[in-house]
Design a protein. Structure first.
Length: 403
């Protein structure tokens, strides 16, 4: 089996033998698979500022339960990490609460308001990359200045691409479902138009550039072309854009995120992008909200769904078991490529033990995250994380896990 070949490669590799006994975990039995810790470059841990949605403790517990040992946390917080003093508030909380390795992003602009650059030089040594995630940077000159600064500092810009002029009050994809059900749509161009603008600026500045959560076929085509040109560009997409599309929408806030679930043609183009290397990695965009915030249907709910605890089982079930992707490719997308691009180390004692044969139904009430909204609720999946070890310490053990 592909996974067994993968494991033996892992065990043979320079990472050395897996110190299960040291971790207090007995060697797994035949049906268990050891996978190096996943790395998610796009999560919202919500602290400081929004502890009612998620805490660093609950978010990293969810990461551990999903087999992740490293996460990058987005800066749409209060205070926004736009200065060393603001970042320090978050760093203190991470040091006290985090169960897995947490790498904060620095904001590109002060307060993520898109008006004035944050103190990027002072932040650079302490942040994994720069992003104003949650918002696109509307001002071309400011983005150019941000890219020049990032280039000088040797840092990556991770861009949430969204042109506010094209939003027109939309909240789901501007497609067949929106038209049939009387919803305001978000057009694809609001995403790819800003990617196109940014690629122009990358040509000009030479900045290392990463596009967050791409959802449209045009975005994939633009990035494919940019890579052919030799630009220093990468991108991520999220599990929901690969597995679901507008045909799966229901009148329920758990199907609402930004960017939205697009058309079947977009979903297929993203899969193609994974296969040909246009899309470099899969990130969850784990974005928890309170139950109340997600209870207002498609129109009124907040944008964002949780993803850390379902990413691997959903991708394994829908893409690997079905033969779309190999296990090696999925591991590359979840473990190695994100670390390479963002400069995040993989330690030999960061891994998880999975039972890939276990089949079960996704039950949000069993999540460690405080968020409950997921479009995957009720889906039958395969692959249960039995235990996660981070820095040699067990940070997650399923109740029916490895004994
Ligand atoms: Zn975003």
């Amino acid at each position: 089996m592909a996974e067994n070949r993968f494991i033996s490669e892992f065990l043979r590799s320079a990472l050395g033998p897996v110190p299960l006994a040291e971790a207090g975990i007995l060697p797994p039995s035949d049906h268990c698979t050891i996978i190096p810790g996943f790395c998610d470059v796009h999560v919202h841990l919500r602290e400081p500022g929004f502890s009612y949605k998620e805490t660093i403790a609950s978010g990293t517990a969810a990461a551990a339960a999903g087999g992740y040992t490293a996460v990058c946390t987005m800066p749409n917080l209060d205070p926004v990490p736009d200065s060393p003093a603001h970042l320090a508030v978050q760093e203190t909380m991470i040091a006290a609460q985090a169960r897995v390795h947490v790498y904060p992003y620095g904001a590109i602009t002060v307060g993520e308001r898109g008006e004035q650059l944050a103190d990027m030089a002072a932040l650079a040594p302490r942040v994994v990359a720069f992003s104003d995630d949650g918002r696109g940077i509307q001002n071309d000159d400011l983005m150019r200045e941000a890219m020049r600064s990032a280039k000088r500092l040797g840092k990556l810009i991770a861009a949430h691409c969204e042109d506010n002029r094209l939003l027109r009050g939309g909240y789901i994809h501007d497609g067949a479902y929106a038209r049939a059900n009387g919803h305001a749509g978000i057009c694809s161009e609001s995403e790819w138009g800003q990617i196109r603008r940014d690629l122009e600026l990358v040509r000009e500045t030479g900045c290392a550039y990463h596009v967050c959560h791409i959802s449209t076929k045009e975005s994939a085509a633009l990035i494919r072309q940019a890579k052919r040109e030799g630009l220093d560009v990468t991108c991520e997409t999220a599990p929901h854009y690969l597995v679901l599309d507008e045909n799966d929408l229901k009148e329920d806030g758990r199907f609402k995120m930004n960017p939205p679930l697009r058309s079947a043609a977009d979903r297929e183009a993203l899969i193609e992008g994974l296969l040909d290397g246009t899309i470099d990695m899969i990130a969850t965009d784990h974005a928890p909200h309170s139950v109340e915030e997600k209870a207002k249907g498609l129109r009124g709910s907040a944008f964002g769904v949780v993803g850390l605890e379902t990413a691997f089982p959903v991708l394994y079930t829908k893409l690997v078991v079905t033969g779309v992707l190999s296990m090696e490719k999925l591991i590359d997308l979840l473990v190695y490529r994100p670390r390479e691009r963002f400069g995040i180390p993989l330690a030999e004692n960061d891994y998880a033990i999975w039972d890939l044969d276990a089949a079960y139904t996704v039950d949000p009430d069993a999540f460690r995250t405080k968020g409950r909204a997921t479009p995957f609720a009720g889906m039958t999946v395969r692959g249960r994380c039995l235990a996660t070890v981070c820095g040699g310490k067990p940070v997650y053990t399923a109740e029916d896990g490895v004994k």
